[in-house]
Ligand binder design. Structure first.
Ligand code: FES
Length: 131
């Protein structure tokens, strides 16, 4: 790729994204749009005893959005929902060994969609308004 500033990890997750797809009847579902570019992200989670057992995403986003969501799904799998909801876009960018500044907004999509999916999971369990 001609653009500079993408780490090998970003390129790896972009060209070989993990956990792409849909989970039927998910325990939590989140969908967010990026106000900067208008791209969309969907996140699906399967949860057992508050642990994220499975997670998948689908996006109409750019390469950085694909790479960051792939990374978020790898980070969140096996995590307690209380921990996973704290993952920030900076955590994701750090895991990816950095993103070009102009692309940092793209990592919002992944972290926000995961947060929405966890909120949805809690709502379904009737745990609203605790946070
Ligand atoms: Fe839209 Fe990156 S440009 S998510």
């Amino acid at each position: 790729m001609a653009q500079i500033g993408y780490s090998k990890k970003v390129m790896d997750h972009f060209t070989n994204p993990r956990n792409v797809g849909v989970i039927e009847n998910p325990d939590g579902y989140g969908k967010v749009g990026n106000p900067v570019c208008g791209d969309l992200m969907e996140m699906f989670i399967k949860v057992e005893n508050d642990i994220i057992m499975d997670i998948k995403f689908r996006t109409f986003g750019c390469g950085s959005a694909i790479a960051t969501s792939s990374m978020v799904t790898e980070m969140a799998k096996g995590m307690h929902v209380d921990e996973a909801i704290k993952i920030t876009r900076n955590d994701v960018a750090d895991e990816l060994e950095g993103l070009p500044p102009a692309k940092m907004h793209c990592s919002n999509l992944a972290a926000d969609a995961l947060g929405e999916a966890i909120k949805n999971y809690r709502e379904k369990r009737g745990e609203t308004g605790n946070r």
